[in-house]
Design a protein. Structure first.
Length: 334
């Protein structure tokens, strides 16, 4: 099977010939692997199954000062410490009003100029069009996390207006995606923390679920799979996500979700992508422990398909290179 065939088989909840995998690395982790392997291009050789494409303009990030980057929405990110993501440095909406803000154009041809070429260059990969910071996350980057959470109680109409505007942008991206032979649309949208939902399930169901349902339905209408990334303990809304059409949940954090129990309860209706601990196992385990857990995940969670083994986030910089290598070896020893 090709990687594309393997993942499509898994998403149909059928057993592929091998459990598919996908590993991403933070910049410090990537450098450790380069030093261990002596190969700056090692990542292209580890057999990753997914190819991510972000439909953004080539000037999507502009460095306006050393370590400070402005994104396509106008949010400035401080990357002086965390060079991979960073933190929003200011808020576009200091008050609960959209004012005269001009939204990015999902139809901008420059946003799509590279997409067909990248798909053609990766015919055997499962191609994912990614919308990062897609709804709640996009809202709080523009308004501020504390402000948006308080707005859900004090200014609910503003929250409705803000999320509706973001939704319309996302629907524009999905509409354009219909023209391209990608396999899935991926929405990055963290809703959880270690103890549970950031905003609680009731507010999630009020503000987010109806808009997520529209996004997922639009993806299904163009014949593609729906992937969502949400860190944290969000298992209490798994039934809701299944109801509105989610196909694959990532990152499936084992620190906050019992991944084996989740497979037993939801594995016939939902696929999972992730499951390898980045908080404990990868940074603090031994190579033997990494291999043992990876093989257990592939056998138990990967039974009857429905699983892409991956770290629960891009591998962090405190992970020993030997543990990263053990994970790569484990999937290639199937």
């Amino acid at each position: 099977m090709t990687p594309k065939e393997r993942i499509h088989t898994a998403l149909r909840h059928e057993q592929p010939d091998l459990c598919p995998w996908h590993f991403e690395f933070t910049q410090p982790a990537h450098q450790k692997m380069v030093e261990l392997t002596g190969d700056a291009d090692f990542e292209s050789k580890i057999g990753n199954h997914l190819h991510y494409i972000r439909p953004v303009r080539p000037d999507v990030w502009v460095e306006i000062a050393p370590g400070f980057w402005r994104d396509q929405f106008g949010v400035v990110w401080n990357r002086t410490i965390d060079k991979d993501i960073g933190n929003p440095d200011a808020h576009l909406f200091p008050e609960p009003t959209l004012g005269d803000y001009v939204w990015p154009d999902p139809d901008d041809p420059l946003r799509w100029a590279h997409v067909a070429r990248e798909i053609d260059e990766n015919p055997d990969k499962f191609v994912v069009l990614a919308i990062d910071f897609s709804l709640f996350e996009r809202g709080w980057t523009m308004r501020g996390m504390e402000n948006l959470m308080m707005d859900m109680i004090e200014h609910p109409q503003f929250v409705e207006d803000l999320l509706d505007a973001i939704l319309e942008f996302n629907l524009g991206i999905i509409r354009n995606a219909a023209s391209y032979a990608a396999d899935a649309i991926y929405f990055g949208d963290d809703w959880g923390q270690q103890q549970g939902m950031l905003m609680g399930p009731a507010l999630w169901r009020r503000f987010l679920k109806p808009r997520l349902a529209r996004q997922y339905a639009a993806v299904k209408e163009i014949g593609k799979q729906v992937f969502i990334h949400s860190c944290g303990k969000v298992i209490e809304v798994f039934p809701d996500l299944i109801e509105i059409g989610l196909d694959c949940f990532n990152p499936f954090q084992p620190e906050v979700i019992d991944v084996f129990a989740a497979k037993r309860e939801f594995g016939d209706r939902l696929s999972f992508y992730g499951g390898v601990s980045t908080q404990h196992l990868l940074p603090y385990g031994t190579p033997a422990e990494v291999k043992e857990q990876a093989k257990r995940l592939m056998v138990e969670v990967g039974q009857d398909g429905g699983y892409i083994i991956a770290p629960a986030h891009a591998i962090p910089g405190d992970t020993p290179a030997e543990n990263m290598l053990a994970l790569i070896e484990a999937v290639n020893e199937q």
